[in-house]
Design a protein around this ligand. Structure first.
Ligand code: GTP
Length: 556
C-alpha cells in the first residue's frame, strides 16, 4: 500500500464524550463492520469495559476508505479514556500523525480534553476538533467552538459538528482525516523499526503485540529483537486489524497491525518498546518508560482455601497487564495474600472486577495507599495547606481551569467523587505525577476491641489525624454489624487513643420471625445467613464484612 495513502490517527476525548460511538460509526461507514445495533462499541472488548462504558485497553482497526476515487488505508488507534492510563494514551498518540479531538457539544472542554490535547500538541500532531452530540437539546456548539479557540488557539472554522449517535456529518470526519492529516513519514528502505503501542495475552498464541511500523518492513520468519529486554524472537504471524485480525505476508513502514512472535508475557512486549531486526539494530524510539504503580493495596482470598485459585487468577490477569506489580504479603487478620500496585484507583477497581467476573474470584481488598519516602529527621517543614494553587485560566465566561499541587494521598480515594458531587457533576478532574514532597505525616492505627487491624492502618497528615480518626471510627461503627458482644472501635497514634466508638451487643436470630414449623423455609434462612457469613472476615473475635476495608477510608 503506498505510504502517501495511509493515515494513522486516534480519537482523544474526555470520558463519555462519545469516542466509542464515533469509532463504531467510522467502522460502519467504511464497511469494517455491518450496521446493526449489536455492534455497539465494537472496540470495547472486555466485559468490564462494556459494563462501565469506559475504554481500558486500547484497540485498533484498519479501515479502507475511498476518497476522490483513491483507496486510502486509515488506521484508527483507539486510546483509553481515563487518567490512570495516560501513558498508554501517549504511546498510542506517538503511533499517529493526527488526532480527532472530540468534545461534547453540551459539556464543552473538560479536564481530560485539556490533558489529551497537550499530549497530541507536544507530539506535534495535526489536531482536528470535532464537536459531538449536536443532536442534544442543550447542545451549544457555538460556545464549544469559542472554548476551543480560547484554550487551544485552534480557529473555530476547523471544527466539525457531528452527531456520532445519528451519524450526522461523520462522513466529513473521514474526509478531514484524509485531507488534513499528513501520511506517515515512513522510510520503506531503512532497517525495520516498530513501536509497540499495545499488547494482549492470548492463551493459545502468547502475546499479540499491536505495532506501528516506522521504517522498513517485517515478515513471517524474521528474527526480531525487543529493545527493552534485548531478547530475540521469530515472527510467527502478522497482519492488519480490520478490526478482526487479518493475516498478511508483510507489514510495511507506515502500517499499523499485529504481530505474534512467541512472546509469553506482556512484560516482553511492553507498551512503548521498540522492535527491530536481529541483524540490523536501530536506536530505540524515545519516550519509553516502564509503567509505574502509584496506588498500592492488599488483596486476600475471602477464605484461605481459595488461595491457590486466586493466585493463578492473579498470575493470569497480570500476564495481560504488565503495569500491575505483585508482591506476596501476609497479615494476621487476613492470612496469606498479596500486595498489588496499580496505576490508579480505577485501574485497581477494574482489576478487581475482572478477577471477579473472569475468574469468579472473591477477594478482600484493603484500602489503597500511595508510596511515601520516609526521611528520618526531627525538623520537617510543616505545611498546613495540603493543596497549593499553581495556575488558573478561564476557559470561557462560565468555566475556569485551575491547577493545584496535591498530595496523591488526598486525591486517591474519593477526591474525584467529592468534586463531582460538590459541583453537581460540572467539574472535571485530571492529574499527573509531580514527584515527592516533604510533609508532616504520622501513622494512625485502628483497633477493634483493643486489637490493631493492620489493614486499616493509614498515614495521615498530623493536622488531620483527629478528624480522620473520628470519621473512620464512625464509619466502622456503621458498617460492622452488631454482634453478640460489645465492640470498641478506636483510633490511636502510638499509644494514645484519639477517637472511640462503641458497637452495642446484639444477637441476630434469623429464625425469630419463623413461627410454626416450615422446615424448608428455616433451612433457607439459615443458608442465607451462612452465605452472608462468607462475606465476613473474622478479626480477633469480631466479624467484619469484606468490603469494609476499602469503603471505610472513603469520605462521605
Ligand atoms: P470512554 O470510552 O469511556 O472514553 O467513553 P466514550 O467517550 O467512548 O463514550 P461513549 O461512546 O461510550 O458515549 C458515551 C455516551 O454518550 C453513550 O451513552 C452514547 O450513547 C452517548 N453518545 C455518543 N455520541 C452521541 C451523540 O452524538 N448524541 C447523543 N445524544 N449521545 C451520544
Amino acid at each position: 500500500f503506498p505510504v502517501d495513502r495511509i493515515r494513522n490517527f486516534c480519537i482523544i476525548a474526555h470520558i463519555d464524550h462519545g469516542k466509542s460511538t464515533l469509532a463504531d460509526r467510522l467502522l460502519e461507514m467504511t464497511g469494517a463492520i455491518a450496521k446493526t445495533d449489536k455492534n455497539k462499541q465494537v472496540l470495547d472488548k472486555l466485559q468490564v469495559e462494556r459494563e462501565r462504558g469506559i475504554t481500558v485497553k486500547a484497540q485498533t482497526a484498519s479501515l479502507f476508505y475511498t476518497h476522490h476515487g483513491q483507496q486510502h488505508l486509515l488506521n484508527l488507534i483507539d486510546t483509553p479514556g481515563h487518567v490512570d492510563f495516560s501513558y498508554e494514551v501517549s504511546r498510542s498518540i506517538s503511533a499517529c500523525q493526527g488526532v480527532l479531538l472530540l468534545v461534547d457539544a453540551n459539556q464543552g472542554i473538560q479536564a481530560q480534553t485539556v490533558a489529551n490535547f497537550y499530549l497530541a500538541f507536544e507530539a506535534q500532531l495535526t489536531i482536528i476538533p470535532v464537536i459531538n452530540k449536536i443532536d442534544l437539546k442543550n447542545a451549544d456548539p457555538e460556545r464549544v467552538e469559542s472554548q476551543i479557540e480560547n484554550v487551544f488557539d485552534i480557529p473555530r472554522e476547523d471544527c466539525i459538528r457531528i452527531s456520532a449517535k445519528l451519524g450526522t456529518n461523520v462522513e466529513n470526519v473521514l474526509q478531514a482525516v484524509v485531507e488534513r492529516i499528513p501520511p506517515p513519514t515512513a522510510i520503506v528502505h531503512d532497517p525495520f523499526k516498530a513501536l509497540v503501542f499495545d499488547s494482549n495475552f492470548d492463551h493459545y498464541r502468547g502475546i499479540v503485540a499491536n505495532i506501528a511500523v516506522f521504517a522498513g518492513h517485517v515478515k513471517k520468519g524474521d528474527k526480531i529483537v525487543s529493545a527493552h529486554l534485548g531478547k530475540a524472537y521469530e515472527v510467527n504471524e502478522l497482519g492488519l486489524l480490520c478490526p478482526q485480525e487479518h493475516p498478511t505476508q508483510k507489514l510495511f513502514a507506515g502500517q499499523v497491525g499485529y504481530l505474534i512472535a512467541g512472546m509469553k508475557e506482556v512484560k516482553e512486549a511492553q507498551i512503548g518498546d521498540t522492535l527491530y531486526h536481529q541483524d540490523q539494530p536501530v536506536e530505540a524510539l524515545p519516550g519509553f518508560k516502564p509503567a509505574k504503580a502509584m496506588v498500592f493495596a492488599g488483596m486476600y482470598p475471602v477464605d484461605q482455601s481459595e488461595y491457590p485459585g486466586l493466585r493463578s487468577a492473579i498470575e493470569r490477569l497480570t500476564l495481560n497487564d504488565s503495569s500491575v506489580t505483585v508482591q506476596r504479603d501476609s497479615s494476621l487478620a487476613l492470612g496469606a495474600g498479596w500486595r498489588l500496585g496499580f496505576l490508579g484507583l480505577l485501574h485497581m477497581e477494574v482489576f478487581n472486577q475482572r478477577l471477579e467476573q473472569e475468574y469468579n474470584a472473591s477477594v478482600i481488598i484493603t484500602a489503597p495507599t500511595v508510596p511515601y519516602k520516609a526521611v528520618l529527621s526531627s525538623a520537617k517543614l510543616i505545611k498546613n495547606r495540603r493543596g497549593i494553587q499553581n495556575n488558573m485560566m478561564y476557559v470561557d465566561d462560565h468555566r475556569v481551569m485551575m491547577k493545584y499541587l496535591f498530595p496523591l494521598n488526598e486525591i486517591v480515594m474519593d477526591f474525584y467523587d467529592l468534586l463531582k458531587s460538590l459541583s453537581s457533576g460540572y467539574a472535571s478532574f485530571d492529574y499527573e505525577n509531580a514527584g515527592y514532597q516533604a510533609a508532616d505525616l504520622i501513622k494512625m492505627d485502628i483497633l477493634l476491641n483493643g486489637r490493631p487491624v493492620e489493614e486499616l492502618t493509614t498515614i495521615v497528615h498530623r493536622a488531620r489525624a483527629y478528624s480522620t480518626g473520628k470519621a473512620i471510627c464512625e464509619r466502622l461503627k456503621d458498617s460492622i454489624p452488631r454482634q453478640m458482644f460489645e465492640i470498641a472501635v478506636q483510633a490511636s497514634i502510638g499509644s494514645k487513643i484519639i477517637a472511640r466508638e462503641t458497637i452495642k451487643a446484639y444477637r441476630k436470630n434469623v429464625l425469630a420471625k419463623c413461627y410454626g414449623g416450615d422446615i424448608t423455609r428455616k433451612m433457607k434462612l439459615l443458608k442465607k445467613q451462612a452465605e452472608g457469613k462468607k462475606k465476613m472476615r473474622r478479626i480477633g473475635n469480631v466479624e467484619v464484612p469484606k468490603d469494609v476495608f476499602i469503603n471505610v477510608l472513603k469520605r462521605k
